[in-house]
Ligand binder design. Structure first.
Ligand code: NAP
Length: 330
């Protein structure tokens, strides 16, 4: 167990503990870099909000999201990764070693940093929607579409993700209803044409979802027409949110380059605008957003950080705080 009040000094700090951060931690720990993982609170990323994960290779029977994350973390700890269970509250990437303020009063200093803070799907924030998350309400058709074979589902959103999710869901569902708050779709022409040409997809425009109906699982939706105010119900066994994602990068704003939507900007896959600071996972990848792709990017970021440290001849620092394997809550 590490001392919660100690400053941590490491060759590598990893911010985030989803598949990207933890895979980076496994690789870096096995390379003897003794990474400090600032896990974020709550730890574990988006998979902590998922039930069955059936598309992560190596688990033919499927696995629960939180259990998968526990296994990732145990594997990183086995090789010596140190966990600080706190959020990063401020960073300074102009100084060397880089400086990260964590929790209420902690600090991590590191010669290289991997940013793997992920992104959060946007939700409508309806009470029933939150209660039925993982029980018919999802923000990832690729992850959960399979569970809706022979059923009727609804997709909320009018962008490319909504079209893509709707098209994907037609593989399983008998009927897919796209519900959009305006009369005009935001998605690209080609995606709209594809969706409109699919006989399983229908559209409901100028409409918002005001309630999700059902006890244990989703049974239907209550809709409100935004122009007339008319209330109606739609039968649906599943509800897929496709109203965008928000990258968890606010704390890095002004310290590394972000794109207009707040995603980390990179070159050569994992390099951010600051030498020695790398990116992995959904904090910069808004295209694939899968656990397995995030894990792959975590691996790449760790290999790139290891090479950076070797190229810059940054050796192991003298220990000033706790660096033994274990975890700290700040
Ligand atoms: P997006 O383009 O921002 O679209 C989000 C959609 O959700 C919009 O139609 C928006 O409505 C709606 N929305 C937002 N908040 C809402 C709320 N509270 N209630 C109801 N509806 C709400 O997001 P995205 O579709 O995830 O796409 C993100 C980026 O990835 C885009 O640049 C997109 O082109 C790209 N992408 C590309 C592909 C592809 O090319 N195959 C696939 C997926 C994503 P309004 O239209 O009224 O604002």
């Amino acid at each position: 167990m590490t001392d919660a009040s100690a400053a941590h000094r490491s060759r590598l700090a990893i911010v985030g503990s989803g598949p990207a951060g933890l895979t980076a931690a496994i690789y870096a720990a096995r390379a003897s870099l003794k990474p400090v993982v600032i896990s974020g609170v709550p730890a574990g990323g988006q998979l902590m909000l998922t039930t069955d994960v059936e598309n992560y290779p190596g688990f033919p029977e499927g696995i629960q999201g939180p259990q998968l994350m526990e296994k990732f973390r145990a594997q990183a700890e086995r090789f010596g990764a140190v966990f600080v269970d706190a959020n990063v509250t401020a960073v300074d990437f102009r100084v060397h070693p880089f400086r990260l303020e964590v929790g209420l009063s902690g600090r991590v200093e590191a010669d290289a940093v991997i940013l793997a803070t992920g992104a959060n799907a946007r939700w409508l924030d309806l009470p029933a929607e939150q209660r039925l998350r993982g029980h018919g309400v999802s923000a990832c058709a690729t992850c959960d579409g399979f569970f809706f074979r022979g059923k009727e589902v609804a997709v909320i959103g009018g962008g490319d993700s909504a079209m893509e999710e709707a098209l994907f869901l037609t593989t399983f569902a008998t009927q897919v209803t796209v519900i959009h708050r305006r009369g005009e779709l935001r998605a690209s022409r080609i995606m709209v044409d594809r969706a409109k040409a699919n006989p399983k997809i229908s559209f409901v425009f100028d409409t918002e979802v005001v309630d999700v109906l059902g006890g244990e699982t989703v049974e239907g939706l209550r809709l409100r027409h935004r122009k007339t105010g008319a209330i109606s119900q739609l039968k649906a066994n599943g509800l897929f949110l496709a109203i965008g994602h928000t990258p968890a990068t606010e704390v890095f704003r002004g310290h590394v380059d972000l794109d207009p939507k707040g995603y980390l900007k990179t070159s050569e896959v994992t390099r951010t605008s600051v030498a020695g600071v790398f990116a992995a996972g959904d904090a910069y990848d808004h295209r694939y957003r899968q656990a397995v792709t995030a894990a792959g990017l975590g691996c790449m970021a760790a290999l790139d950080a290891e090479r950076f440290l070797a190229d810059h001849h940054v050796g192991a620092p003298a220990p000033t705080g706790a660096t033994a394997a274990g975890s700290t809550t700040l």
